[in-house]
Design a protein around this ligand. Structure first.
Ligand code: UGA
Length: 436
């Protein structure tokens, strides 16, 4: 059995590496030849814990990395994991996926194989039926369900735990028609993950499950952030104790109740906007989703207001931002709230110094010489008039009174409540804790 994976981002590269490390015959394909070269040398194009180790094991076994599309011709299963970025109206951009399935279709026309094409990319309900299926059938001249299989296979891995989530998924979703191809896919996944539930449904439902999942997570976050704002204005109220306690109710669950500066990253914000846009186009007014999104956008303004309340005008003020990655253990800054915050502060003419354990290069690619890049958190705090802790990196837990010793004004905003116990000799604001 040979497996092809198209698109070597977080999903494709993690999946391919894990499969290959288990001894499967895998060909990973990406249009970016430079990126392929790096990966072939065992170097991941982005930071993801454990990925390089698993990739190297895979490369020693049967993992081939190439930009040559024709190598999918003898694959039995072809996974598509290319990006579906956001357009300005919130809808998803399908050009990459159209290009990938067009190339697959052209190769299908020439091969005697009857492979299964599985779409991992996040797509709006109806995309399989209305866009992907017609392209594949037209280009290949073959019938889906008879000469090749077509299955929606949404992905639920989180960045920063991509390898663990790929090895131990909580569910496998397979959307499509009940054909011999579906049986084959089911058998493939049940051998790969013997104790994991496999949900078999139609394309539209599988596509929607992905959006339901991410929008529910976003809803949990906006819910806790709204409560956190209420707590912050209620002397003595502590959002973490509240989250911990309601999380003990099994109907609520403990995860994704960490209040903070809002959700960021390449998925939750994009998927929320795409779902809202989709609902609008079919005549549904998504009031709850709109509120979730609005709360998220406003959260950053709360931080800016807090800084202005203490510093007054922000022009020429020295502000330190600790953490620019959208969450810890990644160097990804896509749609990171910290990046948005820096942009807002720069507009107000503040002078910004940043430090992030992994995302310095990516941050520099955005801001160039407009901000200062420190080599450590303590260096970043030197002469600062305000420190904003944005990302919950483990190493920031070590910050203490001696780390802030050389701040010009000891004023700290802790969006993740990492330093609550440190009793900092500073004007200290923890988001979600009402000052007594
Ligand atoms: C998200 C989903 O969690 C994955 O299940 C999904 O597969 C993925 O999107 C995707 O669609 O590809 P990811 O983007 O890696 O994964 O990030 P999350 O861990 O969900 O975090 C998103 C944002 O929410 C981060 O900015 C994080 O700091 C924030 N967050 C998360 C909170 O503010 N509080 C929480 O309790 C949890």
């Amino acid at each position: 059995m040979k497996i092809g994976i198209i698109g070597l981002g977080f999903v494709g590269l993690s999946f391919g590496s894990v499969l290959a490390s288990k001894g499967k015959n895998v060909v990973g394909i990406d249009v970016d030849a430079e990126k392929c070269k790096k990966i072939r040398n065992g170097v991941s194009p982005f930071f993801e814990p454990d990925l390089e180790r698993i990739l190297k094991i895979g490369l020693k076994k049967k993992l081939i990395i190439t930009d040559d599309f024709s190598l999918i011709k003898d694959c039995d299963m072809i996974f598509v994991a290319v990006g579906t970025p956001q357009k300005s109206n919130g809808a998803i951009e399908l050009s990459m996926i159209k290009k990938a399935v067009t190339s697959i279709g052209i190769i299908l026309a020439k091969t005697k194989k009857n492979p299964i094409v599985l779409i991992k990319s996040t797509v709006i309900p109806g995309t399989m039926q209305n866009v992907i299926l017609p392209i594949l059938e037209k280009r290949s001249g073959k019938k889906a369900g008879k000469e090749f299989g077509l299955i929606s296979n949404p992905e639920f891995l989180q960045e920063s735990s991509a390898i663990r989530d790929t090895k131990f998924p909580h569910v496998i979703v397979l959307g499509g028609y009940q054909t011999k191809f579906m049986k084959k896919a089911k058998s493939f996944f049940s051998k790969l993950h013997p104790n994991v539930s496999i949900v078999i449904t139609n394309h539209q439902t599988a596509e929607m499950i992905k959006y339901a999942n991410n929008s529910f997570l976003a809803t949990k976050i906006s819910f806790i952030n709204q409560l956190s704002n209420i707590c912050q204005n209620t002397p003595g109220a502590n959002i973490d104790d509240i989250a911990k306690t309601i999380g003990l109710d099994p109907r609520i669950g403990a995860l994704f109740l960490n209040a903070g500066p809002g959700y960021g990253g390449s998925c939750l914000p994009k998927d929320m906007k795409a779902l809202i846009n989709f609902a609008d186009t079919i005549g549904i007014n998504p009031t709850l989703l709109n509120a979730v999104e609005k709360i998220n956008q406003k959260q950053i303004q709360n931080i800016v207001s807090l800084i202005e309340k203490t510093l007054g005008t922000l022009a020429l003020k020295q502000i330190t931002v600790l953490g620019t990655a959208f969450k810890p253990n990644t160097d990804d800054i896509r749609d990171s709230i910290a990046i948005e915050l820096i942009k807002k502060l720069l507009k107000k003419k503040s002078r910004i110094t940043i430090y992030d354990p992994k995302a310095m290069k990516n941050t520099k690619d955005v801001f160039g010489e407009k901000i200062i890049y420190a080599r450590s958190a303590t260096e970043a705090l030197n002469k600062s008039q305000c420190a904003i802790l944005m990302t919950h990196w483990k190493q920031f837990e070590k910050l203490n009174n001696s780390s802030i010793k050389y701040m010009n004004k000891k004023f700290v905003i802790d969006c993740r409540r990492i330093l609550v116990e440190k009793k900092l000799q500073a004007e200290y604001h923890a988001i979600g804790i009402g000052k007594i």
